[in-house]
Write a new protein. Structure first.
Length: 628
């Protein structure tokens, strides 16, 4: 292998930027790291180049450990997005610069410069200064300069991001030819999927510092394993149905499992991916014995002409019990939307808004089963025992992976803690195959925050005191509540099963996060949900109408996900007291409430509703941070 990364990790402060990335890039391969802004892909590249030092992990280039070597000792070439060529030097002098530093003879420098400028399509332009070159030509100079020293590894960080579309296409073609001709092992970072598809031998998808999935463009597009890859790569429709008698139930439709489908237990959720180009539309029902599987009947919502194709989106009412993942339903929307791509020469009149058509699927792919990912924080207190018991029960119901975590203060206690956690797992969690144990050393709240980020956990479960003489929240729980970006579920006693969930929402965009997560928990535990919104006794103009619309949309959203739901609107000046009264009178098994942003919580805003509710109830409480 030319490049081997092992458990590569980088934190900036308390933010995990690169999260235990392990990767092998073959000799001569063109590998692309693909992800959105802030995913951590450029930081991975900079660590390989030696421009950023990792916190932990290992980097090997051509069998040599270079983790902590300076950049000049790694034999890598690096191309930046902003060209980074010297403005006072000609193109040829820029290419020769690294060779001059290494005291290469002038004749050899000139020969190498002329050869590379010809290779990148700039023959005869070596005497021009950067201001005399176009942006695309400047980037070609940067590529030639990075290749001048004959690097064993070639690294490119969004090299075409600042260029227009036509120039980007031309440079991609040139770069692929150059890389193939030289056979240099290459890693490029980009957010452009088309660019990744055109250049890469293999693609690695990066999200929130984690390498989610690696594969060829064809495999990631047609046969992704993860939901993130399925929804991030290309356009697609992902619907969640149920396994039923060896088939997939999608509302009124029944699809057979494909031969390569992962195993699903009877009644388990099944996520079905079908790309828009595999969707067929016609006025008559599809032949039951033909190659197209009938899905449902829908109405054309809109049509977009896009040159060789036309994109058609349809609203479908006949998929009761089916949860759409993508296209994501609008908040409050009850219908399911299906995206379709049709040839541009298909009769446009067939796709006019409101037109009723049968929808069929010619090819589809079944994603790997997944569930809610839980971090269960345990200690020797009664609260810790309650958290472990409740968390293991929830992990069984949620059907996803979970980690039992404990934090010790001293290194000598780690081995004993591991044994204790394994015994706890066997005693509490039984034979659940996806529950693992973790031990960290350090300050409890800081280590829990890091573990939650590094593991990309969706919910962290913590125990708390039940002593009536003191607030229910201890120092660790309070600190986490003030700082965490991860939803926190506080447990005093292992109240189970969860039959009723109270979801408290303040309305607007911030109020949607706790509704959606609360709905997921209600669906997983087959609980009934109540959406509660409290507005003041003297509301502002339009506030009541907005609150009413918000809870109605919340109810519609949850019902579309298969959750039994009712709504409540209350007029009170003390929202916390109203929530607590409703929780007691309705005997709810779980309260879900939103929290202000962490930096607002750290400003000492202890009068926030979330703190008052947390300190006054012993019922399980899920606190969902607002993400803005």
């Amino acid at each position: 292998m030319s490049i081997v990364l092992t458990e590569l990790t980088k934190n900036f402060g308390d933010h995990v930027v690169v999260n235990h990335v392990s990767l092998e890039v073959h000799d001569g391969e063109f590998f692309v790291l693909l992800g959105g802004s802030g995913a951590g892909k450029s930081t991975v590249l900079r660590m390989i180049a030696g421009l950023t030092e990792p916190d932990s992990g290992k980097i090997e280039l051509n069998g040599r450990d270079v983790t902590f070597l300076p950049p000049q000792e790694r034999n890598t070439g690096f191309v930046f997005q902003n060209y980074s060529i010297f403005r006072h030097m000609t193109a040829a002098e820029n290419v020769e610069f690294g060779l001059r530093i290494r005291h290469v003879a002038a004749s050899e420098r000139r020969r190498r410069s002329a050869e590379l400028l010809e290779l990148v399509g700039l023959a005869g332009l070596g005497n021009r200064f950067p201001h005399q070159l176009s942006g695309g030509q400047q980037q070609r100079v940067a590529i030639a300069r990075a290749l001048a020293q004959g690097p064993a590894v070639f690294l490119l960080d969004e090299p075409f991001g600042a260029l227009d579309v036509k120039i980007r296409v031309q440079l991609r073609q040139s770069l692929k030819e150059i890389q193939h001709r030289l056979g240099v092992t290459t890693i490029q970072v980009t957010h452009d999927q088309e660019e990744a598809f055109e250049l890469a031998d293999r693609i690695g998808i990066v999200e929130r510092g984690t390498l989610v999935e690696v594969g060829t463009a064809e495999a990631l597009y047609h046969r992704p394993r993860s939901e993130f890859a399925a929804t991030f790569i290309g356009g697609g429709n992902v619907l969640v149905g149920r396994a039923e008698a060896g088939h997939i139930r999608l509302g009124g439709a029944t699809l057979p499992f494909t031969p390569d489908s992962p195993a699903h237990e009877e009644g388990a959720p099944v996520r079905v991916l079908f790309r828009p180009e595999t969707v067929r539309l016609q006025q008559d029902r599809f032949d039951p014995g033909g190659p197209v599987q009938t899905l449902a009947r829908g109405q054309v919502r809109d049509r977009l002409f896009a040159g060789p194709i036309q994109r058609v989106r349809l609203d479908v009412d006949g998929l009761q019990g089916v949860r759409p993942i993508t296209p994501p339903p609008a908040y409050g929307q009850r219908t399911t939307q299906i995206d379709s791509i049709q040839p541009s020469d298909a009769p446009g009149a067939l796709f006019t808004p409101g037109q009723s058509l049968w929808i069929g699927v010619e090819a589809y792919h079944i994603l790997e089963p997944t569930g809610l990912k839980l971090l269960i924080c345990c200690d020797d207190t009664p609260g810790g025992a309650a958290a472990s018991e409740f968390g293991c029960r929830l992990a069984h119901a949620a059907g996803g992976p979970a980690s039992l975590l404990t934090v010790v203060g001293a290194a000598e206690g780690v081995a004993q803690a591991r044994d204790r956690m394994e015994e706890l797992r066997r005693r509490t969690c039984g034979q659940h195959p996806m529950i693992h144990t973790r031990v960290r050393q350090g300050q409890t709240s800081a280590e829990i925050l890091l573990e939650a980020q590094e593991g990309s956990f969706e919910v962290a479960i913590l125990g708390r005191r039940s002593d009536d003489s003191e607030p229910a929240l201890g120092a660790t729980a309070t600190r986490l509540l003030e700082q965490s970006d991860v939803p926190l579920l506080f447990v005093t006693s292992p109240r189970w099963p969860i039959r009723r969930v109270l979801i408290c929402t303040a309305g607007g965009e911030p109020g949607k996060a706790n509704i959606l997560l609360g709905g997921r928990l209600a669906r997983r535990t087959q609980a009934e949900a109540t959406v509660l919104s409290v507005y003041p006794l003297r509301p502002a103009t339009g506030q009541v109408a907005r609150a009413t619309r918000h809870v109605e949309e919340a109810q519609a959203t949850l019902e579309a996900q298969g959750v039994r739901c009712q709504k409540r609107l209350e007029s009170r000046d003390n929202a916390a007291a109203c929530i607590l009264e409703e929780a007691e009178s309705g005997d709810y098994d779980l309260i879900v409430i939103g929290a202000p942003r962490p930096h607002d919580r750290r400003r000492g805003r202890r009068n926030e509703v979330v703190f008052r509710v947390a300190e006054a109830t012993n019922r399980p409480l899920l606190v969902v941070p607002v993400v803005t």
